[in-house]
Design a binder for this molecule. Structure first.
Ligand SMILES: [Zn+2]
Length: 429
């Protein structure tokens, strides 16, 4: 649903290059803070829950592949953000304290798997997809519950698992890439940490990757609301060399595997769709580094990429105009934004969205629950309400005619700006 289909309207702004320091990060000092509700409920340890997803029509089979412990927890911890009554994503999960029955954590994500289920194409085979969930380790025995949201907005439970600290072993699959810090905004526990992973770069191409990362950081922080949070966001890169910079197209060569992350073109029958289903590998690559949001820079000048909320965000790093595309894709991947473009001939019966229910995406509304969206901005005149969004011209509304989620090189509309800003703030408390 979030694969890129528009290829025009590019502009790249060049700004002063950030200083790139080549220190390798191995540990991140944990400072002491006053006890907070987070500390009462969670240990300062990252819990990794790996899921596999497979279609066994008419049902989806979602299983836990493994549960393990990783390093320090550097994700969100502010009291305001532990629980969200309207979590974003087609999959949502909760952690419930077994003794008190209190929900102590909620979050959500989307999955490449869902796009695969929803796309018909030639030679489609049954495939297994992956997703890694990272949460802080509960202090007391707790239960993890995963639910999936159907097109009509109804949630159904997919699985549950007990979480016992003593039963969970240390993760042994983490990799040790070379880490560089482009921007250090302080303690990872109270900053948003963005990490760029290199894929399909050979050992001799590390400087090319560094140059792309510098350009990306410069453009990234020139765009609102990112520009307003420059000093609260850290930006790092991680590099693992590949033996070859050749990139496979899985339509013509379905069984090829050429890099640690195995990014390939040709997903879901589309030559331009560049991503990977090796999400466990992404977690292994990034697992020793603070990473609230991960971007995969793929060494190719062929235009492509994609963004899936809380799962995968990829772009063609060798195509300089694609940085603008990446900021759009990160709207999907980081903030759960929907595409605001639409087809004038579509009639509200689009296969992706059901206009009789409120979508969870923060920048579109079917007016069934506008109060959860940008209604306050609309009422005080700071945002509009225009029909046509999310691929359909009828029954779905957006906040402005001007938005990066509709046309590249535009700023975010007020609804998107608010949503990205809210997401950034989750990591700052
Ligand atoms: Zn927007």
């Amino acid at each position: 649903m979030h694969q890129m289909t528009h290829y025009t309207h590019f502009f790249i702004a060049l700004y002063l290059t950030l200083l790139c320091t080549g220190c390798k990060l191995s540990t991140y000092a944990n400072q002491s803070y006053n006890t907070t509700p987070f500390d009462e409920k969670f240990q300062n340890i990252t819990l990794r829950i790996d899921l596999t997803m497979r279609d066994t029509l008419p049902n989806s089979e979602v299983k836990i592949a493994s549960i393990s412990k990783m390093g320090e927890w550097t994700g969100r911890r502010g009291e305001t953000y532990l629980i969200d009554n309207h979590p974003m994503g087609n999959f949502t999960y909760t952690i419930v304290d077994d003794a008190t029955r209190d929900t102590i954590w909620t979050d959500g994500f989307c999955a490449l798997y869902e796009e695969w289920v929803g796309t018909q194409y030639e030679n489609k085979k049954v495939e297994t997809y992956e997703h890694s969930i990272l949460v802080p380790m509960p202090k007391r025995p707790a239960t993890f519950v995963l639910e999936q949201r159907a097109r009509n907005g109804v949630y159904s439970e997919k699985l549950r698992a007990t979480l016992r600290h003593s039963d969970i072993r240390q993760c042994t699959t983490l990799l040790n890439p070379t880490v560089k810090t482009l921007r250090d905004s302080g303690d990872p526990a109270h900053t948003l940490d963005i990490l760029i992973l290199a894929d399909h770069y050979t050992a001799g191409e590390e400087s090319a990757f560094d140059a792309v990362a510098d350009s990306l950081a410069n453009v990234w922080f020139s765009r609102a609301p990112w520009s307003e949070y420059k000093d609260r966001v850290s930006f790092r890169t991680a590099f693992l060399p590949c033996e070859t910079n050749e990139i496979n197209n899985r339509i013509s060569n379905p069984d090829s595997h050429l890099s640690p992350l195995n990014t390939q073109f040709g997903w879901h029958g589309s030559d331009r769709y560049l991503t990977t289903n090796q999400v466990f590998a992404q977690t292994d690559y990034a697992g020793n580094i603070p990473a609230d949001f991960i971007i995969i820079a793929v060494n190719t000048n062929i235009y492509g990429g994609g963004g899936i909320y809380n799962e995968l965000t990829t772009f063609s790093a060798g195509h300089p105009q694609a940085i603008e595309l990446l900021i759009h894709e990160a709207g999907h991947g980081f903030a759960g934004l929907a595409d605001e473009y639409f087809d004038n001939t579509s009639d509200g019966l689009d296969e992706y969205y059901d206009i009789s229910t409120e979508p969870w995406e923060p920048n579109i509304t079917s007016l069934k629950h506008f109060d959860l969206k940008w209604k306050t901005l609309y009422e005080d005149g700071r945002a509009g309400l225009l029909e046509g969004a999310a691929y359909t011209s009828k029954g779905m509304y957006r906040a402005s005619d001007v938005c990066l989620m509709r046309v590249l090189n535009e700023p975010f509309c007020p609804a998107c700006h608010m949503a990205v800003e809210r997401k950034i703030k989750e990591y700052l408390e």
